[in-house]
Design a protein around this ligand. Structure first.
Ligand SMILES: *Cc1c(COP(=O)(O)O)cnc(C)c1O
Length: 414
């Protein structure tokens, strides 16, 4: 699908020249394509079939309008905080399709989840399991839980986003999981719903995903033999996307890999996809402020920075940089950097560009972990978010005003 593309040398999002968006809403500005969001959700849910609930991992992009769009398409949600729970409920999400992940759920968050009657809490330690049991007992409820196991497979991704290795803080070691299930089964305030796992993010190779699913399946079979009948297997997320020249798994191959690992098993499945649903559906528009030549290097200083899009600074991540207008002029390699006072504040390095001051650029594949990781560092207001569909555009979050940054602070001398 060709959501962002050139027509007569101008970069379009669907049927809109992106320059119109930049002029109307200013820069920096996030732009998301509704057609791309719908297409991605539809492809995965269709490929995986009716026995699989696709849960959108809210942390990738938690804008209410995007949550609502997925909710209307039938998505469930994978949340990691009480804030995300509240967002999903406000966006019309079905609590009965919410799974709650994360290693550090607070008592307040556990209560909120039980009050909302979510589908399942994915438990990450024995200590957390017993805390959930105590809280549920206190509330006179049964807590629906799955243990998030750590299948100890190497997903072959950046070590900051590998979560299924032995040394990772996530999940419960496979060897301990069975014992814990047997103990949990005795507790009247716990309802054992399933098994969960999630091995990492931006996974390009399906083999580890299949391996993890097979290990989860083996545990399911073992527990069934112990008399513990579970209702679902949550196989996590992490399906990668193309940022540069990667070949990510397509939905059909992904579905086939899971099917192979779970062959013959009728039990319901859950997947938790974030990046694969939203990553390529968004771009960050930015304007060139200055060109700067320090003798050995050319810099293109733009008005977006690491506070708007952290991934390059945090992971050294690659994002394509495209001019909104293709020019015939000769390109030269430049570092595309923001105004923030950190040498780590770059969006891209050594890219051939023919940019000049005032030009508009698009930072591609910025729909996932873009706005969601943005901050006010350097007291910069966070950028607006715009949703486009066909010829239409709609502001789904306005640019922050400066005074909103200190609205919660005391200013004693005043
Ligand atoms: C982050 C996360 C996801 C989503 O990861 P993506 O790489 O965006 O698909 C799914 N499940 C859990 C538990 C997560 O922490």
């Amino acid at each position: 699908m060709n959501t962002f593309h050139y027509r007569n040398h101008a970069l379009y999002g669907e049927d809109l020249p992106l320059q119109e968006i930049a002029e109307r809403y200013g820069t920096p500005c996030y732009v998301y394509s509704e057609a791309a969001l719908r297409e991605r959700y539809h492809s995965f849910s269709t490929a995986l079939g009716g026995n699989t609930q696709v849960c959108y991992a809210v942390k990738a992009n938690s804008n209410l309008s995007i949550l609502r769009l997925f909710a209307e398409m039938g998505a469930g949600f994978d949340i990691v905080s009480a804030g995300e729970l509240e967002r999903v409920l406000r966006a019309g999400g079905d609590a009965g399709k919410i799974v709650f992940s994360g290693v550090g759920k607070s008592s307040v968050e556990i209560r909120a989840a039980l009050n909302a009657a979510i589908s399942c809490l994915n438990v990450e330690s024995a200590a957390e399991l017993w805390r959930i049991a105590d809280i549920a007992a206190d509330m006179g409820k049964r807590a629906p839980v799955a243990l998030r196991v750590n299948p100890d497979v190497d997903p072959g991704t950046h070590h900051y986003i590998a979560t299924g290795l032995k040394e990772s803080k996530f999940g419960i070691p496979m060897e301990q999981a069975r014992d814990l299930y047997l103990q949990a089964a005795q507790h009247p305030a716990l309802e054992l719903k399933g098994i969960a796992c999630h091995i990492g993010s931006q996974l390009l190779d399906l083999t580890p995903l299949g391996e993890a699913a097979a290990r989860v399946r083996a545990l399911y079979d073992e527990l069934a033999a112990d008399g513990i009948a579970l209702q679902h297997l949550d196989l996590g997320g992490g399906v990668g996307i193309c940022y540069h020249d990667e070949t990510p798994p397509n939905p059909a191959d992904y579905a086939w890999t899971l099917e192979q690992a779970l062959q013959g098993l009728e039990v319901r499945r859950v997947v938790e996809l974030g990046r694969a649903l939203v990553g390529n559906a968004g771009v960050l528009l930015t304007r060139v402020e200055y060109l700067k030549d320090n003798g050995s290097k050319q810099f293109c200083v733009v008005d977006a920075a690491m506070n708007d899009l952290l991934r390059p600074a945090l992971y050294g991540a690659w994002h394509d940089i495209l001019p909104l207008h293709q020019s015939a002029e000769a390109t030269q390699p430049m570092d595309i950097v923001g105004p923030v006072c950190e040498s780590g504040d770059f969006l891209a390095k050594d890219r051939p560009l023919a940019a000049k001051a005032g030009d508009l650029l698009a930072v591609m594949s910025a729909g996932a972990y873009g706005f969601a990781m943005s901050s006010n560092y350097n007291s910069r207001p966070r950028p607006p978010e715009v949703l486009i569909g066909g010829h239409q555009h709609r502001l789904i979050r306005r640019r922050e005003r400066l005074d909103e940054q200190w609205a919660l602070e005391e200013n004693p001398g005043r």
